[in-house]
Ligand binder design. Structure first.
Ligand code: M6R
Length: 605
């Protein structure tokens, strides 16, 4: 969602703020703005739309100054326009905000009653007014911030400039992430390590409730009670190269192609290639777990649904997967012997985090399977299960998805071992199968030309149906999600067996039906569904393997991925399905990496 950067620097800050905002683009936004302070005076520039529009504005109305804040806004309160774009100003205070102030309406009413005039429709503006009011009451800037934070309900991260305070920026985090970057004679705050990546790799992660003031040389950090605290400085590895597109046209394309390596890196944390054994999680014995409850959103929830088959079949371990936004309000009946698992690329998704916290508060042991290893989920869960996909910039999740499946598959093998469901020989066999996955994913990327040739026709469709059985059912839902989020074509993922119970009514010659069916125990049944579609004039596109292709019905267009053990088939089928969505979006001229209305990390409900 919204991105934040703040720089107390010793060179012109505008170009650096813009550079950083470009790194935050991946989070999703619909307007952007910056403010700088010079000679005690704060000035701001804001623009609707892309950062390019803001750059154009800065060309005609440049901002000088060495200290400034910047923001990419993903609209929640108030339409995306210049008036609602951040930074927002009230009196001496100018600030940017990520998150939602839940009690903004009552605060705003009270401020209006006191004679304050608002210029935007945002919830953010109340924060600026509250801080300015506290300053007017004689508070120091940091006291004004603290007293304001105490009045706010909701989730947020902030960066604040105060007119007259030339060499400092204040920040705060509650619910939304904020990091402090340590430079040489310069300090930074930002939404994540990528935001401050061009300037420093020395990062302190603020804890929940922390607030901070940075100047040229140091960060003074306070906890929610206002007590000065130290947060360790970590050296992060998010090198610039990882967030460049290289020779690829889009980040999504690059990330699809990175999957052999990201799978390999992730495997390294869960299986030992030398001994061919699974690596147990320190302090966790799956034999003591009676049930797994996975909570996740979007793509992460589909990865979890694929894993459910494995935990149950391989390890005989009951596993429920629920969308976090439903789970958190359902008051599910949980037991202390259940292990709660949050699956998330960002580790910051508001609903998943809330569900994880709910489980923790209920006394459950918790694990976070996350790609951002310093994220809130990573820090709050009892066990950290990292994925090693590296920074994922494209809004459409690709390499994070396969890294999640990789880690969960390996964990299912560990669970099977610890629960005595497989012997050492079978463990070795399964680990060897897993270790083949990177090579086979690379081979499945070779379907690129075949997939590209399907894009022209698919791009003309208004609706697309995806069908699969068993673990290919969540794959079908993931394929449909990928297509709709980046190409804006309506798509549905269905269990193939459900076709006759409704969706078959949609089948006609203009609706492509994409069937994901490698040769496995479900194949024959899915083949019958294919015939049913073709008999009704439907256009079948079959994603399968060599053996499945031999049984493809006449008239079907076929993409042949490498054959694999069923344990890793979801990993091998992913790249062709992702590439189809990618090529269709390119064919339609869509904004692949930053699709409309979407945010990379959904940090509000
Ligand atoms: O960061 P998370 O994995 O928790 O994000 C969950 C979803 O928001 C995310 O997977 C979303 O569905 C992606 N845009 C899908 O491509």
């Amino acid at each position: 969602m919204c991105g934040i950067i703040g720089i107390v620097g010793n060179q012109a800050v505008s170009p650096r703020l813009i550079d950083s905002l470009k790194r935050l683009e991946y989070r999703g936004y619909d307007s952007a703005g910056i403010a700088t302070i010079e000679g005690g005076k704060v000035e701001r520039r804001r623009a609707k739309g892309k950062i390019r529009a803001l750059e154009d504005k800065l060309l005609s109305e440049p901002l000088s100054g060495l200290v400034g804040i910047g923001h990419t806004r993903w609209a929640t309160h108030g339409v995306p326009n210049e008036r609602n774009a951040h930074p927002h100003t009230a009196g001496r205070v100018t600030l940017v905000h990520n998150g939602i102030i839940e009690n903004f309406a009552e605060l705003k009413a009270s401020l209006i009653h006191q004679g304050r005039v608002f210029e935007s429709d945002t919830d953010t503006e109340v924060i600026a007014h509250l801080i300015d009011r506290q300053l007017g009451l004689g508070d120091s800037p940091i006291a004004a911030l603290k007293n304001t934070l105490d009045q706010l309900t909701g989730a947020f991260a902030l960066a604040v400039l105060v007119a007259g305070e030339n060499n400092q920026i204040m920040g705060a985090r509650r619910g939304s992430p904020l990091v402090v970057g340590h430079g040489v004679g310069e300090m930074f705050i930002g939404s994540d390590a990528l935001a401050v990546g061009p300037f420093t790799n020395k990062i302190s992660y603020l804890d929940e409730g922390d607030f901070v003031v940075i100047d040229h040389d140091r960060a003074q950090i306070f906890d929610a009670e206002g007590t000065a605290v130290d947060r360790p400085i970590k050296i992060v590895s998010a090198s610039a190269a990882l967030v460049e597109k290289g020779n690829y046209r889009h980040f999504m394309e690059k990330e699809i192609h990175e999957q052999p390596e990201s799978c390999q890196r992730t495997l390294g944390a869960y299986v030992d290639a030398l001994t061919s054994r699974a690596i147990p999680t320190e302090g966790l014995d799956f034999a003591s777990v009676e049930r797994i409850q996975i909570v996740a959103c979007g793509t992460a929830s589909y990865a979890a649904q694929i894993a459910r088959y494995l935990f149950e079949q391989l390890a005989d371990l009951p596993c429920d997967v629920e969308i976090a936004s439903e789970f958190r309000y359902r008051q599910p009946a949980l037991r202390a012997t259940t292990l709660a698992v949050a699956v998330s690329q960002s580790g910051e998704t508001a609903d998943t985090l809330a569900a994880l916290r709910w489980c923790k508060a209920g006394g459950l042991r918790t694990a976070a399977l996350v790609n951002s290893h310093e994220s809130t989920m990573a820090r709050e869960a009892d066990f950290l299960w990292p994925t090693h996909a590296g920074p994922e910039i494209g809004v459409a999740s690709t390499k994070a998805f396969t890294a999640q499946i990789t880690a969960l598959t390996a964990l299912a093998v560990t669970a099977a071992v610890q629960r005595g469901r497989i012997d050492a020989a079978e463990e070795t066999r399964l680990v060897k199968v897993l270790l083949e996955a990177p090579r086979l994913i690379a081979a499945s990327l070779q379907t690129e030309d075949a997939v590209r040739s399907l894009a022209i026709d698919t791009a003309k469709a208004r609706d697309v149906l995806y069908l699969g059985r068993g673990p290919m059912f969540p794959m079908a839902m993931e394929g449909a999600l990928k297509l709709k989020e980046i190409s804006y074509i309506h798509a549905e993922g269905y269990a193939a067996g459900e076709l006759k119970h409704g969706p078959i009514a949609l089948v006609d010659e203009s609706t492509p039906v994409i069937i994901i069916a490698p040769q496995d125990s479900f194949f024959e049944k899915t083949a019958s569904n294919m015939s049913e579609v073709i008999a009704r004039g439907g256009r079948v596109i079959l994603f399968t393997d060599e053996a499945g292709a031999a049984h493809a019905p006449q008239g079907a267009r076929v993409v042949i991925a490498p054959s694999s053990d069923p344990l890793i088939t979801p990993l091998i089928m992913s790249a062709p399905i992702q590439m189809l969505a990618y090529f269709v979006a390119v064919q339609k001229g869509a904004d692949v990496d930053q699709p409309r209305n979407l945010a990379k990390s959904v940090t509000v409900e």
